[in-house]
Design a protein around this ligand. Structure first.
Ligand code: OFO
Length: 168
């Protein structure tokens, strides 16, 4: 059975995962409006991954006898000054999410909540991967600089991303 304080913290994180999904869909829409369809497709896959994260929290809360409580999801940023600014924003967002996952782990340790600690380990590893991926794309965009052809090539490369099977 979940402690009330942990149930509240897990619901807060579930809401943050919705915020992530919403932010990436907004980024996708902006990239689409700039004809960067590959980057837009990459961001749409990111949106789906974030919804998978929502459902992981949803299932864990239910499995532990807690109640899921939905909160309002704030409107995400809608415009950026460049594709680089979009991916820098994604990297900054993932770093913020990593911090909140680590705080949840700390709470699990403090409460002696072993099932939640075990559940969160998947997210700890996932955040390392998400930060590394965003960081790599930021570096590539910096390398491309003002080259239109370089940007289009990177757009094509990112557009080749495939939806990963569940659990990956
Ligand atoms: Fe981007 O990993 Fe969830 O929020």
């Amino acid at each position: 059975m979940l402690k009330k304080s942990m149930e509240k913290a897990l619901n807060r994180q579930l809401n943050r995962e919705f915020e992530s999904s919403y932010l990436y869909l907004s980024m996708s829409a902006w990239l689409e409006s700039k004809s960067l369809v590959g980057m837009a497709a990459w961001m749409r896959i990111q949106t789906l991954e974030e919804m998978d994260h929502v459902m992981r929290f949803y299932n864990h809360i239910h499995q532990r006898g807690g109640s899921v409580k939905f909160e309002a999801v704030p409107a995400p940023q809608a415009t950026w000054k460049s594709p680089l600014a979009v991916f820098e924003g994604a990297l900054e967002h993932e770093r913020k999410i990593s911090r909140s996952i680590h705080q949840l782990v700390d709470l699990g340790v403090k409460d002696g909540d072993h099932p939640t600690q075990s559940f969160l380990q998947w997210f700890v590893a996932e955040q390392v991967e998400e930060e590394a991926t965003a960081d790599e794309i930021v570096s590539q965009l910096k390398l491309v600089g003002n080259s239109g052809s370089g940007l289009l090539l990177l757009d094509q490369t990112l557009g080749a991303r495939k939806v990963e099977p569940e659990g990956e």
